[in-house]
Design a protein around this ligand. Sequence first.
Ligand code: DX5
Ligand code: ZN
Length: 216
Amino acid sequence: MRVAPSIIAANFTKFQEEIKRVEKANADLLHLDVMDGVFVPNITFGPLIIEAINRITDMELDTHLMIVRPENYLKQFIEAGSDWISFHAEATEKTDECIKIIKAQNKKVGLAVSPPTPFDPVKKYVDKLDFVLIMTVNPGFYGQKFLPEMLRKIEETKDWIVKHKLDCLIQVDGGINSRNVVELNQAGVDIVVAGASVFKSDDYKKAIKDLRCLKV
Ligand code: DX5
Ligand code: ZN
């Protein structure tokens, strides 16, 4: 299991130190939650901050766009240093165009789905994606409770990928901790995003290791 700590739950007055701590704790990716106050009822940061983060870390940057009309901003987020970019299926009518823009820049492309959105409309895009991001909370805030009913969608997505022999990863985001990660691992999830369970813990290294589901 790859682990992507989400910076949104970090102590923002110690930004650099927090990033270095998860880097030293062997995080695989750094998850960056971009919120616009329109698609979700919260506002975080944009490309300027990502560009600054990119200058102080070697971790791959995983930008999760929770913004309307992502097609208008993808270039900026790519130029800022994002290595992985996901945008929401619910936020655009130009999914194909978004996938094309991201792929043309040789970045990993992910399509994100909020809890109320079924897997069905995503099916036709899976063969073009590097990952599907299945939200296990309603997007907008860290520290929410994991929605166990999303397991069905995860299994459905996994079945589709296996059945069609597709090279697409499953990323899961929201309320993930060392307890519920076990089920996610069994369901075939490849990458877990973790905000509170890493940044609100006392030991980042242990928190990340626990999320990896390593067999001892
Ligand atoms: C929710 C974000 C998530 C979330 C992760 O809108 O996309 O990345 O903040 O934080 P936790 O793990 O605390 O739910
Ligand atoms: Zn996220």
